[in-house]
Design a protein around this ligand. Structure first.
Ligand SMILES: NC(=O)c1ccc[n+]([C@@H]2O[C@H](COP(=O)([O-])OP(=O)(O)OC[C@H]3O[C@@H](n4cnc5c(N)ncnc54)[C@H](OP(=O)(O)O)[C@@H]3O)[C@@H](O)[C@H]2O)c1
Length: 245
């Protein structure tokens, strides 16, 4: 992206894990980062930790499942609510071994509301301004477990897998509506792979920073490739490469 310095990045789930690592990466490049989580004290602590590194960071407590709260937060942020970059990283894992017919309705709704409605809400609140300004990057943090071509559709964790497949569909749909970058807004999904976070656990092979690398890369790339052709948009990415949905 031209001019990351001075840009604003909104990061849902930016208070921990992969979202926080992405915020650190974008902040180090000069973006102002807004870290959204549910827990107010964690949001404040996360912002303080980045500020100590010289990053312009703001922590904000907001439940991504609540559209009105997210819209109110965008207004409170004033000009900072006019995001150049949206990273939708807020997410939860479903209960272990929650196979489809063993999943309660409450568990299904909990996971769907955070992992799917939360992404939709963030896109709805911060996307229209990007369209108006004809510049923006929207990156939804998906997962390999949501891939139809990967380990996607079997083996428990049904709400989580289906929620990530839905995120992928949401991304593809919005990217098409954005004419795959031709309107200045690039929309993509990415898989960070298994990372050492509260969700991924301490034994995961990757650090949160390694997981966040592709997010930062997607958020900061130019809309044109060096040969002048449009940058590919509307894909699922892993390690800076397009992978099958
Ligand atoms: N870790 C992995 O191995 C892995 C692999 C593939 C994909 N992913 C995906 O990567 C994303 C980030 O995962 P992670 O490992 O960084 O998770 P994490 O460490 O558990 O952090 C989750 C983040 O989401 C926020 N959050 C959860 N529910 C929220 C809500 N209702 N409203 C606002 N914020 C909410 C949390 O805020 P609070 O601190 O306030 O709770 C926290 O900042 C997720 O979408 C996950 O599915 C992770």
């Amino acid at each position: 992206m031209v001019g990351i310095e001075g840009s604003t990045a909104i990061i849902t789930g930016g208070t921990r894990g992969i979202g926080l690592a992405a915020a650190g990466g974008l902040g180090a490049l000069g973006a102002t980062v807004v870290l959204i989580g549910q827990d107010a004290s964690r949001a404040a602590a996360a912002a303080a930790s980045l500020q100590e590194q010289g990053i312009d960071a703001i922590g904000a407590a907001c439940d991504v499942t609540d559209y009105d709260s997210l819209a109110a937060l965008a207004s409170e942020l004033g000009p900072l609510g006019e995001a150049d970059i949206l990273i939708a990283s807020a997410g939860v894992m479903s209960e272990r071994m929650s196979k489809t017919l063993r999943t309660t309705a409450a568990e299904w709704q909990r996971v769907m509301s955070i992992n799917v409605d939360g992404v939709f809400n963030a896109m709805s609140v911060f996307g229209p301004g990007m369209v108006e300004r004809r510049v923006g990057r929207i990156i939804a943090v998906s997962a390999c477990l949501g891939r139809f071509t990967g380990p996607g559709t079997s083996g428990g964790l049904a709400p989580y897998r289906v929620s990530k497949a839905a995120v992928n569909a949401l991304v593809k749909n919005l990217a098409a509506e954005m004419q795959f970058g031709k309107r200045g807004v690039l929309v993509d999904a990415m898989c960070p792979n298994h990372c050492r976070t509260d969700m991924g656990g301490p034994d995961a092979p990757r650090s949160a920073e390694e997981g966040a690398d592709t997010i930062v890369w997607l958020a900061t790339r130019d809309s044109l490739l060096p040969d002048g052709s449009p940058a590919p948009s509307g894909f699922l990415w892993e390690d800076r490469e397009v992978i099958p949905w």
